[in-house]
Design a protein around this ligand. Structure first.
Ligand code: NAD
Length: 251
């Protein structure tokens, strides 16, 4: 069997209150994982967990702010050593021209997208090492970790750092049976960016994607399941790009 099911595995998804994180949580639950939906908006993740349970899945909601060490400590204390899979998805972008961006906003992006990913991964790795059964950590980066666009300097820098952090953690944690890989989506249509892609600027962007379409959250399902499951047992430190060819668009 190429794609193993996730029955018996516990998966933490950060930023699971909306967008891709919510979708990832639903996909993992659908494939048998017991899913911990973590985010700051407890009502949203409570409702999502109830929806998953009502369709036969296993889910729970966990309050978590990935930039707050007290919140992180509480969340990981609550989970103990049962974690097998972590999807480090929480992220923000705060678009701004680099010349006008405030240092405070630059720091917020780095704190959430880079330090938050490290803080979650480190606590997860400690729990996985304590449980002595290894695990899989998936850091959600972006094609902006490899190329640049206007008005996203902090975001692009944070995602490039996540790609490099992924390799460094993979190197150090292979000895504990912990695999660390990055999932690097191109432009995926979600409720928060849908309106932009109906504008002239948005349509021009779609025309620069070799496949001439946006990705859908479902386009990430098989790559996500690959990285989460034992089907990728010999993959660690890799960055899996899912972008309709955007990174190889002609210069
Ligand atoms: P989104 O804004 O819908 O989701 C981001 C989630 O992260 C939200 O649930 C938000 O509440 C949560 N979050 C933000 N700060 C947090 C914090 N401090 N603690 C806990 N949770 C926090 O956006 P999305 O498009 O679903 O993005 C999800 C991830 O995918 C991000 O890392 C983003 O950079 C990445 N990504 C998205 C796309 C895309 O086209 N949508 C492309 C490439 C990468």
């Amino acid at each position: 069997m190429v794609m193993q099911d996730l029955n018996g595995k516990t998966a933490l998804v950060t930023g699971a209150s909306s967008g891709l994180g919510l979708h990832f949580a639903e996909v993992l639950a659908h494939h048998g994982a017991s899913v911990v939906l973590a985010a700051r908006q407890i009502n949203a993740i409570d409702e999502a967990a109830q929806r998953i349970i009502s369709t036969g899945g296993k889910a729970e909601a966990l309050p978590l702010d990935v930039t707050d060490s007290v919140s992180l400590d509480h969340a990981f204390a609550a989970m103990g050593s049962r974690l097998d899979i972590v999807v480090n998805n929480a992220g923000i972008s705060l678009p701004s021209s680099a010349i006008d961006m405030s240092e405070a906003d630059f720091s917020r992006v780095i704190d959430t997208n880079l330090t938050g990913v490290f803080s979650v991964a480190q606590r997860a790795a400690r729990a996985m090492r304590a449980g002595a059964k290894g695990g899989s950590i998936i850091n959600v980066a972006s094609i902006l970790g490899f190329r640049v666009a206007g008005h996203v300097a902090a975001y692009a820098a944070s995602k490039a750092a996540v790609v490099q952090l992924t390799k460094a953690l993979a190197l150090e944690w292979a000895r504990y049976g912990i695999r660390v890989n990055a999932l690097c989506p191109g432009y995926i249509e979600t409720p928060i960016n849908r309106d932009f892609f109906t504008t002239d600027q948005g349509r021009a962007l779609i025309n620069r994607i070799p496949q001439r379409r946006l990705g859908t959250p479902a386009d990430l399902d098989a790559p996500l399941l690959l990285l989460c499951s034992d089907a990728s047992s010999y993959m660690t430190g890799s960055s899996l790009v899912v972008d309709g060819g955007h990174l190889v668009s002609s210069l």
